[in-house]
Design a protein around this ligand. Structure first.
Ligand code: PAF
Length: 289
């Protein structure tokens, strides 16, 4: 596996591969790889000739400087894990390489960035959109892989590639879960054992709401109410939001006829977690609410 720290060196290497007609699959990361990342890399390996992963802890998407400073960094471990699933190239730029003196441009996906996660974390999606636009420009991949777990981020990135005519195919990848349903996240290791147990309420609440929908309840506000109440019953969960929204615009819907998505965010101790699930209407059942 080759590691590049300089944009010019990476571009040179990738131009050669592109010249040979190879397809490039790309996964940007903040490092701290877990099984969720590895599943994306495996998929990228299956679908492309060459797999590139970037590791860059992007300061502009962190709201708290302590979170940025404390973010786990172990490039050697990440490289070993990525190589184990067939990643051929790692791009690990320095801060100066990504944001040299005089850097003064931002990419902002308006609307989508200011709601839900964006309302709780002002500036977060601008930081994500800017760094992802830069990385897609640097790597120019055939396909780029993003987790559906970070659903709002996925929508922001889809929008920006459409709006800026970036010719990379954005590939959404299914959330990887622990056996008890908890969505994999780099943040899970920061949960205490009690918080870890409590955090399963998110996936349980999402499943419960689908179970209610399966009985014929198609009113999204009724279902979102159940979602919120189920999470609030867990004493260690501090609910931020529980909503049922259109899958593209992320605006709340009144009914679930078009299979919208339920999005939840809650804090357990000091750890903020998110999860989501597409909610499908019960086929053929009469409306009950
Ligand atoms: O999801 C992440 O890990 C980050 O937001 C990303 C896409 C690598 C941008 O820094």
């Amino acid at each position: 596996m080759d590691t590049y720290e300089r944009i010019a060196d990476l571009r040179h290497a990738l131009n050669k591969e592109r010249g040979l007609g190879k397809t490039i699959g790309f996964m940007p990361t903040l490092g701290a790889l877990h099984e969720g990342h590895l599943s994306l890399l495996r998929r990228a390996r299956e679908e492309n000739d060459l797999v590139v992963m970037s590791v860059f802890v992007n300061p502009t998407q962190f709201n708290q400087i302590e979170d940025y400073e404390k973010y786990p960094r172990d490039l050697e471990r990440d490289k070993k894990l990525a190589a184990g699933v067939g990643t051929q190239i790692v791009f690990a730029p320095s801060m100066e390489e990504m944001y040299p003196e005089g850097f003064d441009t931002v990419v902002a996906v308006r609307g989508l960035s200011d709601i839900l996660e964006g309302a709780s974390r002002p500036g977060h999606f601008q930081g994500v959109a800017t760094v992802v636009a830069k990385l897609l420009n640097i790597v120019q991949p055939t396909r780029a892989y993003f987790a559906e777990k970070d659903y709002q981020q996925l929508q922001v990135i889809r929008r920006l590639t459409l709006d800026l005519d970036i010719p990379t195919e954005i590939v959404p990848c299914a959330t990887v879960r622990e056996p008890d349903g908890l969505a994999l996240s780099s943040r899970n290791v920061r949960l205490t054992p009690e918080e870890r147990r409590a955090a399963t309420v998110l996936s349980r609440a999402l499943k419960y709401v689908q179970d209610i929908a399966d009985t014929g309840v198609h009113d999204a506000f009724v279902l979102a109410g159940w979602l919120a109440r189920t999470i609030e019953v867990e004493p260690l969960a501090k609910l931020d939001y529980a909503v049922i929204v259109d899958r593209e615009t992320l605006q709340e819907v009144e009914r679930i006829d078009n299979s919208p998505i339920a999005l939840v965010a809650a804090t357990f101790g000091k750890v903020r977690l998110i999860d989501n699930r597409i909610i499908t209407p019960a086929p053929g059942l009469e409306r009950r609410g």
